[in-house]
Write a protein that binds this ligand. Structure first.
Ligand code: MLT
Length: 264
């Protein structure tokens, strides 16, 4: 059941389930907290799972109608956690959620106990990718979410994904807000290179890669593992870009094992 808070003057919706050490899970571009359904159901038996709709997604307002920079999204999540009286959390992000998790950890290192980077990268966009983000933002404003259905949806899931999961992901994408998604697209274009920061990252890092991820190359996942001093690498079979949704049992087991070994 989603809850609402005013965070930095803007409405933010989120799921808050379970009790104990906090685990904040940040969703991918075009999706919402609903992508973490299987994680909320299982991991909330042992942890307090907070899954916000990032600014511009679900019921959450964008940082601005024009652009939602990753650092600002990270600030919103940090303020949400503070509002919920959570002083330290493990923060996990999938793809764009990983960009936001990295921004949050870089800006609020004392608030982050551990970092889970799934199907994401630390490097910024190339010039060509930046131009493409702007094209996507404009196309979203002209055509609506069908733009993401055509340009991004075919790359999200691995070949083994069920029809049911394909429908769930497509429906989530089509329910999204074109304004919020355009702002997120522009926000991703401006993100910083977090590779050098990862080398100084004070907390343990778990990198999860989907063996069939068509968006994040294995090399990009491995580069984060090489950069971070306390990193663990896990590759999940039969998983594309949305490994938490495609292989929820394996993803949850990986995270549970890693969390159990985290220093207090
Ligand atoms: C995502 O799934 O969040 C996006 O693919 C990230 C990106 O486009 O860089």
């Amino acid at each position: 059941m989603a809850e609402l808070q005013i965070v930095n003057g803007r409405r933010m919706s989120f799921v808050d389930e379970g009790a104990g050490e906090a685990l904040a899970l940040l969703h991918a571009f075009g999706l919402t907290s609903a992508m973490w359904r299987a994680q909320v159901a299982e991991l909330s038996r042992r942890y307090r799972v907070i899954a916000p709709d990032l600014p511009g997604a679900g019921q959450s307002e964008p940082v601005s109608p024009n652009a939602s920079p990753m650092d600002r999204m990270g600030d919103s999540v940090a303020v949400l956690l503070e509002t919920l009286r959570i002083t330290r959390a493990v923060v996990g992000g999938c793809s764009m959620g990983g960009y936001v998790a990295l921004a949050l950890a870089r800006r609020y290192p004392k608030s982050v106990r551990g970092l889970i980077l799934t199907n994401t990268r630390a490097v910024p966009d190339s010039d060509a990718a930046r131009q493409n983000r702007e094209r996507t933002a404009q196309a979203l404003m002209q055509r609506g979410m069908v733009e993401l259905e055509e340009s991004m949806y075919p790359k999200l899931l691995g070949p083994g994904a069920s029809e049911e999961l394909r429908k769930e992901v497509r429906d989530l994408l089509l329910e999204g807000s074109p304004v919020g998604s355009a702002a997120a697209s522009r926000g991703m274009a401006g993100r910083l290179d977090n590779t050098a920061w990862l080398a100084r990252c004070p907390c343990p890092v778990l990198v999860i890669h989907g063996a069939q991820d068509a968006i994040i190359a294995r090399e990009e996942s491995e580069a984060m593992v090489r950069a971070a001093p306390q990193a663990t690498f896990v590759e999940l079979d039969n998983a594309g870009h949305l490994s938490p949704m495609e292989q929820p049992s394996a993803w949850n087991a990986t995270v549970r094992d890693w969390l159990a070994k985290l220093p207090r």
